[in-house]
Design a protein around this ligand. Structure first.
Ligand code: NAP
Length: 246
């Protein structure tokens, strides 16, 4: 049987890298993008190939619709016309208290996290409708569910992703294309390394498991949603958060 093609955004580091490697381990061939981390992307590519996958890496800025279209076209050509799984993982933060969030901080976060996810879903959904198969998995956050002081801009994007996920799930349900979201809590990556230790302690105190999650924990949930075991699940948000959002 042909190997499935998975397209993952922001695969060069952190959660995105863990997702690429996990899906490779599950027998998929992987297309992923990086924005500026070419050397990091090479590492992800190598790790996927070690799992026996073919791998294509593409430089693309998901905040630009033309870059998203080019990324999807590259994946389509490389994958013999198919994209079976789309994981919208690329994301950034520009944290601050609301009065200090500039227009630029708001635009940057919404352009990558919300509009990037929109552009990718719009392009790939067309392909999935034609091929009558597809799994779309969007990376939200518990912050999009619970809110978080200092992340009004980020919360807007991540809550918006949940709304887009549920809406597109309804649009594509008649074709049995699954659209779901994963909402990580606090996961150990470069993104959370930037949080000061004192703030981390406060966040940890609110996590029932009293520990940070690992990128692998998120990748495992994504792999389930990308597999046919999730056949009857659509429009859902799975929290991977040690109980943070209970
Ligand atoms: P990370 O370590 O900072 O990695 C971010 C990834 O996104 C990198 O591969 C980066 O590429 C890529 N990226 C950034 N801006 C991009 C752009 N404009 N176009 C294309 N790619 C871009 O982040 P992470 O912690 O793994 O987070 C991954 C996702 O999970 C994000 O959506 C984040 O919001 C979400 N999340 C994370 C946590 C957490 O605790 N870590 C919690 C909840 C949700 P380069 O390497 O080229 O820069």
């Amino acid at each position: 049987m042909d190997r499935k093609i998975a397209l993952v955004t922001g695969g060069s580091r952190g959660i995105g890298r863990a997702i690429c490697v996990k899906l490779a381990e599950e027998g998929m061939d992987i297309v992923f993008n990086y924005q500026s981390g070419a050397a990091e992307a090479e590492v992800t590519g190598k790790l996927c190939e070690e799992k026996g996958a073919r791998c294509l890496m593409v430089q693309a800025d998901v905040s630009k619709s033309e870059d998203c279209d080019a990324l999807i076209e590259a994946a389509r050509e490389w994958g013999n016309g198919r994209v079976d799984v789309l994981v919208n993982n690329a994301g950034i933060t520009r944290d601050n208290l609301l009065p200090r969030i500039t227009d630029e901080d708001l635009d940057a976060v919404l352009n990558v996290n919300l509009k990037g996810t929109f552009y990718m879903m719009r392009g790939v959904a067309k392909l999935m409708l034609r091929q009558k198969y597809g799994k779309i998995i969007n990376m939200s956050s518990v912050v999009g569910i619970m809110g978080n002081a200092g992340q009004v801009n980020y919360a807007a994007g991540k809550a918006g992703i949940i709304g887009m996920t549920k809406s597109l799930a309804r649009e594509l349900a008649s074709r049995k294309i699954n659209v779901n979201a994963v909402a990580p809590g606090m996961i150990q990556t470069d993104m959370t390394d930037a949080i000061p230790d004192s703030a981390k302690e406060r966040i940890l105190a609110g996590i029932p498991f009293r520990e940070m999650g690992q990128a692998q924990d998120v990748a495992n949930a994504v792999a389930f949603l990308a597999s046919d075991a999730s056949r009857y699940i659509t429009g859902q948000v799975i929290c991977v958060d040690g109980g943070m959002a209970i």
